[in-house]
Design a binder for this molecule. Structure first.
Ligand SMILES: Cc1cc2nc3c(=O)[nH]c(=O)nc-3n(C[C@H](O)[C@H](O)[C@H](O)COP(=O)(O)O)c2cc1C
Length: 166
């Protein structure tokens, strides 16, 4: 069971491609979107593709549906915002709550950070990515999934390959 955490950056719009590649590798994929990313994706098509609802919000106190336990987590794309909040231990989205728990549970995690150069140059970002590495998270280079100047084409192989290695 692989949780695919999707943040609000352009690769979110093509995330069905990554899901297909992961399914070819026999992963059962469960998509967790940040609330902003959910607005960028076709949630019902992704639910059909994975056979599971896309989760983007915390449940209410009386809801009982729980997720199956994850064996591994991929965060792709991982935004500047979510990376920095994650390292600070902030859990104000369902996705961050899962990611914070995953650190405590020592689950294998692969992160594909995706931030434009002006954000990537912010000192907090490098520090956050370094901290994630120190916590045992596999952190790909920033924008490893970018293909040149293309806005809607992504190279998902670094994510798939890194998951093969965890
Ligand atoms: C068109 C557009 C493109 C964006 N691209 C990126 C991006 O590549 N990387 C990034 O970190 N944030 C990007 N952002 C900003 C994030 O969407 C914003 O920080 C958001 O709050 C992130 O929420 P999340 O981390 O909960 O998904 C973009 C925003 C817009 C409107």
């Amino acid at each position: 069971m692989l949780y695919l955490v999707v943040c609000a950056a352009p690769p979110a719009q093509a995330i069905a491609e990554l899901i297909g590649l992961l399914q070819e590798k026999n992963w059962t994929v469960c998509v967790i979107a940040t609330p902003r990313a959910a607005g960028w994706m076709d949630i019902s098509a992704l639910a059909d593709k994975t056979g599971r609802p896309v989760r983007d919000e915390y449940q209410g106190p009386d809801d009982s549906e729980s997720l199956p336990r994850a064996d591994v987590i991929a965060v792709a794309p991982a935004t500047f915002n979510t990376v920095n909040k994650w390292v600070a231990g902030i859990s104000d989205t369902f996705a961050l709550g899962l990611l914070n728990e995953a650190i405590g549970l020592r689950l294998p995690i692969v992160v594909a950070p995706y931030a434009k150069s002006s954000l990537a140059a912010h000192p907090a970002y490098a520090r956050s990515l370094q901290t994630l590495s120190e916590w045992g998270v596999t952190v790909l280079p920033n924008e490893a999934i970018r293909v040149g100047a293309a806005r809607d084409v992504f190279d998902w192989r670094p994510v798939v390959d890194a998951l093969d290695g965890v």
